[in-house]
Design a protein around this ligand. Structure first.
Ligand SMILES: [Cu+2]
Length: 560
C-alpha cells in the first residue's frame, strides 16, 4: 500500500485539469467573472416550492429535468428536480423543493423516475461503479429518517435502484423521539452515482415541526419563525459556457471518477452568490452543507452565531459559535441578531478548514450577501433563549465497541478507491450487526490525510470524542494491501488523551467529522421504528459523495 499525501492531488477535480479531457467543445466559465449579489436568495414560497401533498399525509414526486437560470449571465442550466406535481414554476434555482412535515405524523411518499434513461454528457458516469452501466438508476434517501430498511432508499436493499418509469414507494415514520423537530433533507442515493445525481439537483429539504418548534412567528419557544426563519443550503459548483454544470473527469489515465468535486462558484438555495435582505432583528438560519465534498467554515463578520440545534434536532441550551464548521450533510440551526447592524451590508464568508479538520478544497471565500434594513415589520425576540425544548445527547454505556477503519488505496492511480475496514461495499459478510435496542460505540479510525464526514442511516448518535494516535505505527502493525482491516482497537497507539466532543456537538447528530490523525468515538442506540422487526439492513458511509461512490460505504444489520 502506498502512502501519498492527498496534498499532491489537490489539482484533481478542479476545472482546468479535468476540462482538458472533456469530450465536448465547451469551455468552463471562470467563476470569479460572475457578478456577485445580483439575485435574491430563494426562500420557501419565493423560489423554493413548499411541496403540495397528493393526498392526506401523502406526497407524490416525479424526478424530472428542468432548466433554470442560476445567474443572469449564465445560460439556463439543465437540472434534475423533484416535482411535487406543481410543475415547479415556483422553483427559481437548482435547489427548489421543501417538504414540511410534523413530528409524530407519518407520511407516504412516492418518487417516479422521469429522467433520461442514460447519463447526459455533462454527468460523467464511471460505469465501473454503477450497477447497470450508464443507465440512470435513482433511489431517494431521507437523510436523518428513522424508517424501515425498505423505505430508507438503501443501496444495500435495492442496489439497482429504480429505472425510468419506475416508482419508489416509501413510508416515513416521523416517529418520536427519534425524529423531533429538525431539518432533514432527502437526496438521491443511487449506488455508484450519488455524486452525479445529487450534483444534478436531486436534493431537497424536509422540515419537521412539532408542538414546540412550530415554525410560526412568533415561535412559542422564543425563537424567530415565519419569514424570519431562513434555510440556507450551500452547494459549490463549476459551470460550462453553455450553462451546464461542469463535473470534471479525472486526469488520471483510464479513470473517470474524481476523488472530490469542488466548485469555484457558491450557490445558496440554488442561486449563484445571492443576496438576502433582512430586518434589523433576530433571525433563525437553518444551514445545510449540501456540497459534494467541501467542508465549510462560515461566519457573517459582525453578528454572533448561536447554534441551537444540529442534525438530530434542537439542543437543550444554545451554544455560541465563532465559525460554523460544517462538513457535507452536517446541519446547523442558528440564531443571529441583526438588530445592531441596521443599514449595514454583511457578507457570509467561507474560511478554509483549520486543523485538525482537513479538506483539500481550493479557497472559495464568498458565500452570500446580507443586507440589513432599517425598519422592523414584526418585533422579534430580543434575547437568545437560555434554554430550549431539545436534547443533550447522553446515552448509557455501550454493550459493544466496534472499530472501523477509513482507508484510501492508491490515490492517483487508476485503481484509486477508498474503503471501510479494508473491504468493498458489497463484500460479505456484514460485520456490523448490532442487536435491536442496544447501545454501541463505533470508533472511526482515520488512516487518510483528510476529514471524512461519517454518516449513519437509521440512528442519530452522541459524539464522545477524538483521540490522537500514531497512524503510521498502527498501520505498520496491522495494515495490508487494502488498508487496515476493521475490529482492531487503536488505543495502544494513542498519543494523547481523548478530546471530548465540541460544544456544538452536544446534541444528537448523524454525521460526524472523522479527522485525520484521530480516532473518533460515537455512541448510538439501535432502535427500530414501531412495527418494524429485525433484521433490518442499512448503510453507513462517508458523506463526501465521491468517497461514498467509490467505495467508502458498508452495510450494517440490526438483529433481533
Ligand atoms: Cu470520505
Amino acid at each position: 500500500m502506498r502512502h501519498i499525501t492527498r496534498r499532491r492531488f489537490i489539482q484533481r477535480g478542479l476545472g482546468v485539469g479535468g476540462t482538458l479531457l472533456l469530450p465536448w467543445p465547451v469551455r468552463p466559465v471562470s467563476g470569479g467573472k460572475l457578478a456577485k449579489y445580483v439575485e435574491p436568495l430563494p426562500v420557501p414560497g419565493a423560489g423554493i416550492v413548499v411541496a403540495a401533498p397528493s393526498g392526506p399525509n401523502a406526497y407524490a414526486f416525479t424526478q424530472r429535468q428542468i432548466y433554470r437560470q442560476l445567474h443572469p449571465d449564465l445560460a439556463p442550466t439543465p437540472l434534475w428536480a423533484y416535482d411535487d406535481g406543481s410543475g415547479l414554476a415556483g422553483q427559481a434555482g437548482s435547489f427548489g423543493m421543501a417538504v414540511v412535515a410534523h413530528s409524530g405524523i407519518p407520511l407516504s411518499v412516492s418518487f417516479t423516475h422521469a429522467l433520461p434513461a442514460t447519463y447526459p454528457e455533462w454527468l460523467p458516469v464511471d460505469t465501473r461503479l454503477t450497477p447497470l452501466g450508464d443507465q440512470v438508476r435513482l433511489m431517494t434517501h431521507l437523510h436523518g429518517g428513522f424508517v424501515a430498511a425498505d423505505s430508507d432508499g438503501n443501496p444495500a436493499i435495492t442496489p439497482n435502484g429504480f429505472g425510468p418509469g419506475e416508482t419508489q414507494n416509501v413510508f416515513y415514520t416521523n416517529q418520536q423521539p427519534q425524529m423531533p423537530a429538525s431539518l432533514l433533507w432527502f437526496h438521491d442515493h443511487g449506488l455508484g452515482a450519488t455524486r452525479l445525481n445529487v450534483f444534478a439537483g436531486l436534493a431537497a429539504a424536509y422540515l419537521l415541526r412539532d408542538e414546540f418548534d412550530t415554525g410560526t412567528e412568533p415561535n412559542p419557544i422564543g425563537i424567530p419563525g415565519g419569514a424570519y426563519e431562513i434555510p440556507l443550503v450551500m452547494q459549490d459548483r463549476q459551470f460550462n459556457a453553455d450553462g451546464t454544470f461542469l463535473y470534471p473527469t479525472s486526469d488520471v489515465p483510464g479513470l473517470i471518477w474524481i476523488g472530490e468535486y469542488f466548485g469555484n462558484v457558491m450557490l445558496v438555495n440554488g442561486k449563484v452568490w445571492p443576496f438576502l435582505e433582512v430586518e434589523p432583528r433576530m433571525y433563525r438560519l437553518r444551514i445545510l452543507n449540501g456540497c459534494n465534498a467541501r467542508i465549510l467554515g462560515l461566519d457573517i463578520g459582525g453578528p454572533a452565531l448561536w447554534q441551537i440545534g444540529a442534525e438530530g434536532g434542537l439542543f437543550d441550551v444554545p451554544v455560541a459559535v465563532k465559525r460554523m464548521v460544517l462538513a457535507p450533510a452536517e446541519r446547523s440551526d442558528v440564531l443571529v441578531d441583526f438588530s445592531k447592524f441596521a443599514g449595514q451590508t454583511l457578507v457570509m464568508k467561507n474560511h478554509k478548514a483549520q486543523k485538525p479538520v482537513s479538506n483539500p478544497a481550493p479557497q472559495l471565500e464568498t458565500v452570500m450577501q446580507i443586507r440589513v434594513g432599517t425598519t422592523i415589520t414584526h418585533q422579534g425576540p430580543d434575547t437568545i433563549p437560555w434554554s430550549l425544548p431539545g436534547r443533550k445527547a447522553d446515552l448509557p454505556n455501550p454493550v459493544t465497541t466496534r472499530y472501523i477503519t477509513l482507508n484510501e488505496i492508491d490515490p492517483g492511480e487508476t485503481d484509486w478507491y477508498l474503503n471501510l475496514n479494508g473491504v468493498r461495499f458489497d463484500a460479505r459478510p456484514t460485520t456490523e450487526i448490532p442487536r435491536v435496542g442496544t447501545v454501541e460505540d463505533w470508533v472511526y479510525i482515520n488512516m487518510t490525510g483528510d476529514t471524512h464526514p461519517m454518516h449513519m442511516h437509521l440512528v442519530t448518535f452522541q459524539v464522545i470524542g477524538r483521540t490522537p494516535f500514531d497512524v503510521e505505527a498502527y498501520e505498520a502493525a496491522y495494515g495490508g494491501p487494502n488498508g487496515v482491516p476493521g475490529g482492531i482497537d487503536p488505543t495502544p497507539f494513542a498519543t494523547g488523551p481523548m478530546i471530548p466532543a465540541e460544544p456544538e456537538e452536544r446534541g444528537f447528530k448523524e454525521t460526524v467529522k472523522a479527522n485525520p490523525g484521530y480516532f473518533t468515538r460515537i455512541r448510538a442506540k439501535f432502535d427500530l421504528p414501531t412495527g418494524v422487526t429485525a433484521p433490518q439492513t442499512y448503510v453507513y458511509h462517508c458523506h463526501v459523495l465521491e468517497h461514498e461512490d467509490n467505495d467508502m460505504m458498508r452495510p450494517f444489520t440490526v438483529l433481533s
